[in-house]
Design a protein around this ligand. Structure first.
Ligand SMILES: Cc1cc2nc3c(=O)[nH]c(=O)nc-3n(C[C@H](O)[C@H](O)[C@H](O)COP(=O)(O)OP(=O)(O)OC[C@H]3O[C@@H](n4cnc5c(N)ncnc54)[C@H](O)[C@@H]3O)c2cc1C
Length: 496
């Protein structure tokens, strides 16, 4: 039986492991942390389950290719409840509120009531969301293995999306928002996604949500990871924790060995790296030359391929409140991080998961978008001035808490900070480039690129992980894990 070593037990690594076992390989996953999940993480504090990842899971609609992938990895099944939140997000301004409802026609009537003067743009916006809801995420084969027939079928299925995708793929959120007269609609369109995302990316997410294809499996990130680990172990897979790969040794164009931080060395027929791409090429394989994708994304054109990350604070409220349902976007009172004024707090309320908080209490997660220079700021502070880092983390958490108390005075004295994470936390636990929690952004100014998933000079090494295709996220992570095994099988068949 051929053996595969997989580095990383995040979503991409667990997927690679599941497909490897199902296709007759003997696989082992090596994970540096003491638990699986990577960025799709959760932990417990004072009776609360802090869920760091899932705000939506694309692929919850049963008629999609992505659903089949989630089903095969154990994440979704007929007996896994999927929660369809009524609201995706709500934005406030000047005493008014605009809600992105699951029911897109309800959004349409709210927008029209709010701003009749924007009627024609509103009608077009709703039409676009409906068109983008038909977007297909192809994941049956790696892109290079799709034949003419596969492409023709895809083009036919996406025939109504191609033109708007090209048009709105090149438009910034700000430019699009400026077409609307009402300030709250402009805010609604620019508040959730980082400013460099394209309108097409936003329309895609809104389309997925309003068509029931981006709902929430019960149990959140823990549920997802527990079910994947269970499926992998049931198939005979093995996960070795606290095993940090330090170097991948290559001889005559083949991986010869993997060396770990604890000095253990292992050998196998194939290796799949399912950890951060930058970490792989700069730390595990430092002597190999970079292809165009790697060079452009990490060296020569970094401003064209931005990533983003976040400061997250978890807050407990000691009573049950529905003041903030699902995800709300609020403007904080004067809040600065890394010398920059923060204009939006994305606040998620977990009331839809009663097991995440003690009975009668509420768990909130507040997310503040952070960018590459902020990641450097937090990382350097943690590395060189740990006390300052802790104080800064505390200051930001408390100022966020105060902003919420000022907006909802009934919460004053009832909120507590449970924990906070910075981009440096992501780097520390998962080795991610610039602490990014998604892959490279789908911006309005670059060309969407996909990495080929292999390194030409190394025959038995395959890459997985969200950074191989923009904008990353769990769909690209799960697809990349499957594609790594598809590529191994293809190359075996070709006698490579
Ligand atoms: C706050 C937040 C919110 C998010 N919200 C969503 C959302 O709503 N929807 C969505 O689709 N996605 C969301 N994501 C993104 C999602 O979590 C990621 O896309 C996905 O988990 C990435 O999986 P991965 O396997 O590619 O990488 P990772 O999760 O980074 O997994 C890599 C694994 O490799 C391990 N590793 C690293 N280096 C080594 C080494 N040298 N040796 C051994 N092991 C190593 C790491 O510890 C990690 O376990 C969110 C993420 C965060 C942090």
């Amino acid at each position: 039986m051929k053996t595969i070593s997989i580095i990383g037990a995040g979503i991409s690594g667990l997927t690679a492991g599941i497909y490897a076992q199902q296709r007759g390989f003997e696989s082992v996953i090596y994970e540096r942390h003491s638990v699986a999940g990577g960025l799709c993480s959760y932990w417990n504090r004072k009776g609360y389950q802090l869920d760091n990842c899932l705000h939506w899971l694309t692929g919850t609609r049963k008629d999609t290719e992505l659903y089949q992938l989630w089903q095969n990895t154990g994440v979704l099944a007929d007996d896994v409840e999927v929660i369809a939140p009524e609201i995706f997000m709500q934005v406030e301004g000047n005493g008014e509120r605009l809600v992105l409802w699951h029911d897109v026609d309800r959004l349409r009537s709210d927008m029209l009531a709010l701003s009749p003067a924007d009627r024609s743009e509103i009608e077009n916006f709703i039409k676009l969301i409906k068109i983008f809801s038909k977007t297909i995420f192809p994941c049956q084969k790696p892109p290079e293995d799709m034949n003419l027939w596969d492409y023709l079928r895809l083009v036919w299925k996406m025939r109504k999306i191609g033109r708007p995708f090209r048009k709105y793929g090149k438009m910034s959120l700000r430019e699009y928002a400026n077409r609307f007269k009402h300030p709250l609609i402009r805010k609604f369109l620019t508040a959730y996604f980082p400013h460099f995302y394209s309108v097409a990316c936003q329309l895609w997410v809104f389309g997925m949500f309003t068509s029931g294809n981006a709902d929430l499996p019960r149990g959140g990130s823990k549920g997802v990871i527990d079910r994947m680990v269970e499926r992998y172990i049931q198939l005979g897979g093995k996960i070795c924790y606290n095993m940090e790969a330090k170097r991948i040794g290559v001889k005559n164009g083949l991986v010869d060995e993997i060396e770990f931080a604890n000095d253990k060395v292992i050998r196998s027929d194939y290796v799949v790296t399912a950890c951060d791409l930058h970490h792989v090429v700069s730390n595990l394989l430092p002597e190999f030359s970079w292809d165009n994708y790697l060079t452009e994304h990490y060296k020569t054109e970094t401003e064209k391929y931005p990533t983003h990350t976040s400061f997250n604070v978890f807050l407990s409220v000691d009573f049950y409140t529905q003041a903030l349902q699902y995800t709300s976007i609020l403007e904080p009172e004067l809040l600065y991080i890394n010398g920059k004024e923060i204009k939006e707090l994305v606040i998620k309320d977990f009331n839809y998961e009663p097991s995440f908080s003690p009975e009668g209490a509420t768990l909130l997660q507040v997310i503040v978008n952070q960018y590459e220079d902020d990641a450097d700021f937090w990382h350097n502070l943690r590395r060189y001035e740990i006390e300052k880092y802790r104080t800064e983390k505390q200051r930001v958490s408390e100022e966020i808490m105060e902003s919420i108390e000022n907006r909802f005075p009934e919460m004053r004295g009832h909120i507590k900070v449970l924990d906070a994470t910075t981009p440096a936390t992501n780097i520390r636990y998962t080795n991610t480039y610039k602490g990014a929690y998604m892959g490279f952004a789908m911006t309005y100014f670059n060309k969407k690129q996909t990495h080929k998933g292999t390194i030409s000079e190394i025959k038995n090494l395959y890459l997985a992980g969200q950074a191989l295709a923009a904008p990353g996220g769990t769909p690209n992570a799960v697809a990349s894990g499957k594609f790594a095994i598809d590529r191994i099988i293809r190359d075996i068949k070709k006698g490579k």
